[in-house]
Design a protein around this ligand. Sequence first.
Ligand SMILES: C[S@@+](CC[C@H](N)C(=O)[O-])C[C@H]1O[C@@H](n2cnc3c(N)ncnc32)[C@H](O)[C@@H]1O
Length: 273
Amino acid sequence: MGAKDYALGHAEDELVRLGTQADVIDPMLRRTLLEAGISPGMRILDIGCGPGYVSTLLADMIGPDGEIVGVDISATALETARMRVDQLGLKNVRFELGDPGNMTFDRPFDAVVGRYILMFLPDPAAMLRAVAGHLRPGGVLAFHEVSWPGARSFPAAPLFDSCCHWLATTVEHLKADPQMGMKLPATFAAAGLPCPTMRIEQQIGGGETAFKTVQLIVDLIRTQLDSAVASGVATEDEIGIETLMDRVIREIVEKGSTVAGRGEVGAWATLAR
Ligand SMILES: C[S@@+](CC[C@H](N)C(=O)[O-])C[C@H]1O[C@@H](n2cnc3c(N)ncnc32)[C@H](O)[C@@H]1O
């Protein structure tokens, strides 16, 4: 698989969106990683690292005595990742270009971590099986994926619900899996790995505190607008991207709705010693 096959692309606005998304999702991932046993001094492989937000979160958790290797198939994303790490002055984070399913590393890792990567792969179990081979005995696998059907509103906010439906359909149209989070135990099993422990969180809010939930959704529609229209779920006029954020927030405030975004699913397992 090459960078051109990756569904969401690496345009500048998409790389920026990953940063805005990381601000909201990183605390959720941090809780998963803590429960998974990520701790100071570990050597960790971050697969599908993109612009490196998971890598820098991991660097904060493992401290100066640990080491992070981020891997991605996109040279453009890695350029941003390297720039961010330089700006942060992190000496123990480096990035390698490639597909971690086919790469070799000089030493085994204590953990393999990935966020929003398995959903884009034609055979996620094959990737899990391959990257488990990069671990030492007793090493940890920790993944974070989405469950789009978990998004909802109450009382119903139809435009918010439509946005979630547009995205879940667009993701499918791009041959990615909007339900990957809920498939993690079956995928671990298909890879011959132990059944993972799991957690789920959602961005949730009502009235003006729904802003972050809506922003994540509208930002993704904006960067994937062409694909959303091509998937046939809505026309560009129906989406009306320039005013979408305002319309969704107004609807939520007027209806007194509470809105919950997609499920953010964490799953982790430890290999036998
Ligand atoms: C949605 S982005 C997530 C980036 C990052 N993990 C985060 O949470 O911000 C998915 C990334 O996976 C990368 N990717 C997709 N397939 C890959 C593969 N087979 N090997 C390595 N990276 C891959 C893409 O290039 C992209 O940068």
